[in-house]
Write a protein that binds this ligand. Structure first.
Ligand code: FES
Length: 112
């Protein structure tokens, strides 16, 4: 059965900004996040492609200093917010796991 997570767009009121959520997948707790970047929304699993760790360096802080790229807190891999592609670091060329995201007028729905 599909698992749906509903998030109010108001939670992402800056560009860029992020919001985290948790979900169950195959009975295991997982973390995901939505990125609002350049006026568009993207959803990814919160898991680096180098090692199985969460990306954020503080809770819900995903961006590097210039707010242009997502950075992994562990070894500094840099990911493009629009595609989830790793541009630099030990997992260069790999992609964050993209989650299914539906954008409605006031709400975002992630379907697992
Ligand atoms: S665990 Fe993310 S770059 Fe190594």
């Amino acid at each position: 059965m599909d698992n749906q997570i509903f998030i109010k767009k108001d939670c992402l009121n800056k560009d860029p900004s992020t919001v985290k959520f948790n979900f169950l997948e195959n009975g295991q707790d997982q973390s995901g996040f939505i990125v609002f970047f350049d006026k568009k929304y993207y959803a990814y699993k919160n898991k680096c492609q180098h090692l199985e760790v969460e990306l954020d360096w503080e809770n819900n802080n995903f961006f590097e200093d210039e707010n242009k790229l997502i950075i992994c807190a562990t070894h500094g891999a840099l990911y493009e917010p629009k595609s989830g592609k790793c541009l630099m670091g030990p997992c260069k060329g790999k992609n964050l796991e993209i989650l299914n995201l539906k954008v409605l007028e006031d709400e975002l729905i992630v379907t697992i």
